[in-house]
Design a protein around this ligand. Sequence first.
Ligand code: GDP
Ligand code: MG
Length: 175
Amino acid sequence: SKQRKIAVVGARNVGKSSLTVQFVESHFVESYYPTIENQFTKQIVLGKTPYTLEICDTAGQDEFSLINTKSLIGLKGIVIVYSCVNRASFEIVELIRDKILDQLGLDNIPAVVVANKIDLRSARDGGSVITPNEGAQLAAKLGAGFKECSAKLNVGVEEAVTLLLTRMEGPIKSN
Ligand code: GDP
Ligand code: MG
């Protein structure tokens, strides 16, 4: 099978580990030790091609997560996660993407922006809620794909990874 390495990045507490564990192990973890970077492996078939995905679930020491230098080697795509009920996590998406491009020394990398915790959106109708339209606009600005997810309810999780893999295997779109 083809080997592909991806990383899940984003602010703390947005559900990076929950999304990763849901995707890889098909269950929801209520809490996951937040400061450790974890590596996962998952077999996935896209079209008729089998892939072995190496997934780096990142954890930062600062206010947002960045990737260990070692984990950057061979990185082919990123899932940038924000929580749709946390505006601060939405507002640093672009900064996180730029930092990773900086670290990689690249102008672009295939990416999918994920709005997680959509199961909480109706429950909390405050001003911090990010609409699907806002999320899609940001993703378009970054030249990235966009998917709304709930790691808790297992909504959109596999689709987000498939979307990223599709973009990785196609031509990289410049922006
Ligand atoms: P990380 O720091 O980005 O890795 O975030 P975690 O995966 O550790 O999740 C942070 C918190 O959000 C935990 O309490 C999770 O149970 C919770 N969480 C993660 N995803 C979801 C989701 O889709 N819906 C809800 N309601 N809670 C979630
Ligand atoms: Mg985590």
